[in-house]
Write a protein that binds this ligand. Structure first.
Ligand code: NAD
Length: 368
């Protein structure tokens, strides 16, 4: 059988630096005979604009559609700030998300014990936290029509429309139920069914999908405002949360920040399952291209490495290997290995991007 395929789009700024550490990990898995990928690379963002005059060529788009998973670094940078909107680096990323129809955005909030003191919440509230927020990404109030700023009498009125079809709710609910099954079989759905019709429909559809297709998953419903409070009060009560585009935007940023540095946060965006059962998928760190530290060996590669771990778990059903990567990250952090962004106020000597990658590989070796 052919090896699964990975398309690497390292992008701009620190993207290639952090992706170099992911490539080491891919080679490690290959050398150990655990899993071998057919890896190819392409350009996205500013580097693609420099080479081709567009942030994403049709050819790279087609390769992304065919790959079993896409790993992306970061796009953008000050050099491209003055470009026309239509060719800005971010347009490349948006095109990938749109044309691959990546409607299910996964944002984990995982707090490694060694970094619990970085959180603004008390250690006991966040230490060991491991939750996953699934945000609907391609519909809802950011896309609904009518939208705009209109005149009404002699004043302006701003309008956005929250609109969800049954099938849009159903597909993200299925995605969340599947993810729950790969974790603790527990899902909490959040909306505001108390004040929004779209919330009533959301709750009904999620419940129907549960009853018909996923009765084994423990499903609860919660109003999103209460959800925000509960995430601050005792986030460990949750495992997987599914919610709409707007609430997901806010709740996932909040939950992620419970856990510390931007350099630690992975993400995945999934589409419909393909004929081989794998969803269309793009994995990327939450952070951007960090022009302020580009080329200095200061970037933390952990967000990209944890994004690759998500690919192992969610695209390739290699959950044990994903856990191996996460445990290796946990081990190096517990050993006090830190990139500059993870140094406390007391200072200390940070390791470089490459040294962090090497330490994680050493911990992988030790895990065998
Ligand atoms: P950023 O995430 O690039 O950086 C914010 C801060 O966090 C910076 O101080 C940076 O040094 C630090 N940081 C980020 N990632 C880090 C890492 N891995 N290790 C250590 N420190 C890290 O956000 P920004 O400065 O607002 O944006 C810079 C550029 O990135 C802009 O062009 C923006 O449009 C783009 N951007 C791209 C993406 C993406 O590719 N998905 C996301 C956000 C921003």
């Amino acid at each position: 059988m052919a090896n699964p395929s990975l398309l690497i789009l390292a992008g701009d700024g620190i993207g290639p630096e952090v992706m170099a550490e992911v490539k080491k990990l891919i080679s490690w898995f290959d050398a150990k005979g655990i899993v071998s990928f057919d890896v190819s690379e392409g350009l996205v963002g500013g580097c693609s604009y420099d080479a081709h005059g567009t942030p994403l060529t049709d050819e790279t788009m087609a390769r992304a559609q065919e790959a079993d998973a896409v790993l992306l670094g970061a796009v953008g940078g000050p050099k491209y700030d003055k470009l026309d909107f239509s060719v800005k680096p971010e347009r490349g990323l948006l095109r990938l998300r749109k044309e691959m129809d990546l409607f299910s955005n996964l944002r984990p909030a995982q707090c490694f014990d060694a970094l619990a003191d970085f959180s603004s919440l008390k250690r006991e509230v966040v230490a060991g936290l491991d939750i996953l927020i699934v945000r609907e990404l391609t519909s809802g109030v950011y896309f609904g029509e009518p939208r705009g700023i209109f005149m009404e009498g002699n004043e302006r009125v701003g309008i956005n429309t929250q609109r969800y079809t049954e099938s849009e709710i159903a597909r993200v609910a299925r995605s969340a139920f599947e993810l729950a099954r790969k974790r603790s079989n527990k899902l909490c759905s959040m909306e505001k069914a108390n004040v929004m019709e779209s919330g009533i429909l959301w709750r009904e559809v999620v419940q129907e999908i549960h009853d018909k297709e996923y009765p084994d998953v423990a499903l609860t419903h919660m109003y999103a405002d209460n959800g925000a409070m509960q995430l601050c009060r005792w986030p460990k009560q949750f495992d997987v949360i599914v919610t709409d585009n707007l609430f997901g935007d806010v709740l996932s940023d909040m939950a992620a920040m419970l856990t510390g540095s931007l350099g630690m946060l992975p993400s995945a965006s999934l589409g419909l399952p393909q004929t081989n059962g794998r969803p269309k998928a793009l994995y990327e760190p939450v952070h951007g291209s960090a022009p302020d530290i580009t080329g200095q060996g200061k970037a933390n590669p952990i967000a990209s490495i944890l994004s690759f771990a998500m690919a192992l778990r969610y695209s390739f059903s290699l959950g044990d290997e994903a856990t191996r990567v996460e445990k290796a990250v946990e081990k190096v952090l517990a050993d006090g290995v830190r990139t500059a962004d993870l140094m406390g106020p007391d200072g200390g000597s940070p390791v470089s991007t490459t040294q962090m990658g090497d330490a994680i590989i050493a911990a992988m070796e030790a895990s065998l």
